[in-house]
Design a protein around this ligand. Structure first.
Ligand code: NI
Length: 204
């Protein structure tokens, strides 16, 4: 008899547990080209085992702190950017009051709606560049809340752009793959002159 439970099939890997538990509250952010193996990989869904685990809450908390840290100050982050190849993104909801940053698990874009429009983008994993990318003004997304509740919703405006950028990360795609133009963001670079993004000692 072979018994394989959902929990064991989808449990956290040792590497994932190391990253989640050993990282500082502000996590190391993977950058190109040094971390291309992680940033270019396909990310997996969470299973029931991870959804119920304390590690998931820790990961969400640390990704939130990383995204909002003054050294990053971003509007969205995807789990692969902190070394975890799982389908989770945090997105600042410009379309909601007070613009909360919310986590979205096992997220997928069901529909891309409207005509593409060009806009400026950057990425925490591709410093110090900026680029112009054409994206759809509206998306329909499906995802799980951290408590496992499934949701489908339509998102419009800048948040829709962020969802497209962050969900691309889960398929190993970077905005520079889609950009019409890419250039050095002088202001960004000047603000962070001398700041070094060094990997923790335990990073493999
Ligand atoms: Ni990005």
């Amino acid at each position: 008899m072979i018994a394989v439970s959902c929990t064991s099939r989808s449990a956290w890997t040792e590497w994932e547990k190391t990253v989640i538990e050993q990282s500082d509250s502000v996590m190391y952010v993977c950058v190109m080209p040094a971390d291309s193996t992680i940033l270019r990989a396909q990310s997996r869904d969470f299973g029931p085992g991870e959804l119920a685990s304390p590690q998931l809450k820790t990961l969400i908390d640390k990704m939130y702190r990383t995204l909002t840290d003054p050294s990053q100050d971003g509007v969205g982050i995807a789990a692969p950017q902190v070394g975890i190849n799982r389908r989770m993104v945090l997105v600042m909801r410009y379309d909601k009051p007070d613009m909360p940053i919310e986590p979205y698990l096992n997220i997928k874009i069901d529909s891309l709606l409207g005509e593409k429009v060009p806009g400026p983008e950057g990425c925490l994993s591709v410093p110090p560049y900026r680029g112009t990318v054409r994206r759809y003004p509206s998306v329909q997304i499906s995802y799980l809340k951290p408590d496992g509740t499934p949701v489908t919703e339509k998102v419009e405006g800048y948040s829709a752009i962020i969802f497209q950028h962050e969900c691309d990360h889960l398929d190993g795609i970077l905005y520079t793959d889609r950009a019409d133009t890419v250039f050095v963001n002088e202001a960004w670079a000047a603000e962070r002159e001398g700041f070094s993004y060094s990997k923790p000692e335990w990073w493999k």
